[in-house]
Design a protein around this ligand. Structure first.
Ligand code: HEC
Length: 371
C-alpha cells in the first residue's frame, strides 16, 4: 500500500515543478524561528564539512524526481550543548550534461539544491518523528515557495508537494527512504489478528476518571542521580530517597545522543521515576513499543506491559498489544535510567484501525494531576 503511494507521489513530480511549489503558507514552516534555525544549521553544516566549498565527497548516484538527476547523500550527527541530532544532507544535481562522472569530477558544478533533514529535540514535531526540513540553494540561502515562504521547518503536510507529505511514505515509518536505521520494527499492521506470541494486555481504566480541570499537561518526573545498572535499582532508590523533581515531560520522544538526559540537566548517571496518566482516545486494540537506552519498564493501569531493564544501546522492546475496553485515562508508571554516553526514551503506539507503522504517542495523550 505504502509503496504504491510512494510511486504515485513521485510520479506527480516527474517533469513537474520543483519541490516546494504550491505549498500552503502554513504556520508549520517558514517563520522567523524556522529561518533562524535553518541559518544556524547551515553554518554548522559548513563547519562539519557536510556542505560548502570544503565539503567532504561522497559517491554520486542516479536519483529520482523530485530530488535531482544525480544525487549524493551524507549522514552524520551535529552536536550542541544539549543534544546530538542526526542530520542527512542530500545534494541535488540538475543540468543538461550532468552525470555520475561529472559530479564525481566537480561536486560544485550543477549543484541545484541541498535538501536537509535534521532530527530535532523531543516535542518539536512528534507527529512526524521530530524532523526539521530545509531546502537550500547552492550558496546556502534558503529556497522559498512561490508565495515567498522559506522552505524551512515542518515543510509541509499538504499533499501537493511538502517534504513531509512525500517522506511519510518511506518504509519503516521513519521518513527516511535511503536506510531503515530509524525505522520502527515491522509488524502485523495489516494482519487480521496479531500473530501468535504477541503478548496482549488488558489494563484497568482509572475509576473514577479525573475531571479535565484537575489535569495538567505532561508527566511528573523525579530524578535520582546514581550509576544504575538495572531498572529495579531505580525502584529501590526511589523508595529510600526523596529524589529531585524535574520539569514535567510533555512527550516521550527523547533521542539525544550523548546530550542531556530528559529534563534532568545531567548527561550521565540518571534514574527517573515518571508518573502520570495516559489517555486512550477510543476503545480497541493498540499496538505499543518503546525504544530505550538504557533500561526501561512501563506499567499502564497497574500492568507492566513493556520491560527492557538492563544497560544497552538504543533498541526497541518487544511489540505488545493493549486491549482497551473503555476509552479514557489510565495510570502510567515508567521507570528509566541512563548509565553512560547516549540516552533514548521513546514511546510508540498504533491506534485501533490506523494503518501503517507505529508513531510517537502524541503529547495530548499525557497528563498529570495538577498541584
Ligand atoms: C515527491 C516526493 C518527495 C518530496 C516532495 C521530497 N522528497 Fe526527499 N526524498 C524522496 C525520495 C524518493 C528520496 C530517496 C531518493 C534517493 O536517494 O534515491 C528522498 C531523499 C531525501 C533525503 C535523504 C534521506 C532519505 O530520505 O533517503 C533528504 C535529506 C531529503 N529527501 C530531503 C527532502 C526535503 C528537505 C524535501 C522538501 C524540501 C524533500 N526531501 C521533498 C522523495 C521526496
Amino acid at each position: 500500500m505504502r509503496r504504491v503511494f510512494t510511486l504515485l507521489a513521485t510520479a506527480l513530480f516527474v517533469g513537474g515543478p520543483q519541490i516546494g511549489l504550491a505549498q500552503e503558507n502554513s504556520p508549520g514552516f517558514g517563520g522567523a524561528e524556522d529561518v533562524a534555525f535553518a541559518q544556524r544549521l547551515w553554518d554548522q553544516l559548513v563547519e562539519a564539512r557536510l556542505v560548502g566549498a570544503n565539503a567532504i565527497g561522497s559517491q554520486p548516484y542516479e536519483g529520482v524526481e523530485p530530488h535531482g538527476v544525480i544525487l549524493t547523500t551524507l549522514q552524520s550527527t551535529l552536536t550542541t550543548a544539549d543534544r546530538e541530532g542526526v542530520v542527512i544532507v542530500k545534494n541535488n544535481y540538475i543540468g543538461e550534461n550532468v552525470s555520475v562522472q561529472s559530479v564525481a569530477d566537480n561536486p560544485r558544478l550543477n549543484l541545484d539544491a541541498i535538501t536537509v533533514m535534521f532530527r530535532r529535540e523531543a516535542g518539536y514535531d512528534p507527529e512526524n518523528r521530530n524532523w526539521f526540513w530545509a531546502k537550500f540553494n547552492n550558496d546556502g540561502t534558503l529556497s522559498a515557495n512561490p508565495r515567498g515562504v522559506a522552505l524551512a521547518g515542518r515543510v509541509a503536510k499538504n499533499p501537493e508537494g511538502g517534504c513531509i507529505a512525500c517522506h511519510v511514505f518511506a518504509p519503516g515509518n521513519d521518513y527516511v527512504f535511503l536506510n531503515d536505521q530509524f525505522a520502527v520494527p515491522e509488524f502485523f499492521a495489516d494482519a487480521a489478528e496479531p500473530p501468535a506470541g504477541i503478548k496482549n494486555f488488558n489494563p484497568a481504566r482509572l475509576d473514577p476518571q479525573p475531571a479535565e480541570g484537575a489535569l495538567s499537561p505532561g508527566l511528573k518526573v523525579t530524578y535520582y542521580s546514581n550509576i544504575f545498572n538495572l531498572v529495579e535499582e531505580v525502584r529501590e532508590w526511589a523508595q529510600a530517597e526523596p529524589g529531585t523533581a524535574g520539569t514535567p515531560l510533555l512527550s516521550l520522544d527523547y533521542n539525544v545522543g550523548s546530550g542531556l538526559v530528559l529534563s534532568s540537566g545531567r548527561k550521565d548517571g540518571v534514574g527517573a521515576v515518571i508518573e502520570g496518566l495516559i489517555n486512550f482516545p477510543e476503545a480497541g486494540v493498540y499496538t505499543m513499543a518503546m525504544q530505550a537506552n538504557d533500561g526501561v519498564e512501563l506499567t499502564i493501569g497497574g500492568v507492566t506491559i513493556l520491560s527492557d531493564p538492563t544497560v544497552h544501546a538504543d533498541r526497541f522492546t518487544d511489540l505488545v498489544t493493549v486491549q482497551i475496553d473503555d476509552a479514557g485515562w489510565y495510570a502510567l508508571d515508567l521507570l528509566y535510567f541512563e548509565k553512560r554516553n547516549t540516552s533514548t526514551l521513546e514511546l510508540y503506539w498504533l491506534t485501533p484501525g490506523e494503518e501503517g507503522g507505529l508513531n510517537f504517542v502524541p503529547p495530548s495523550a499525557f497528563a498529570r494531576r495538577s498541584g
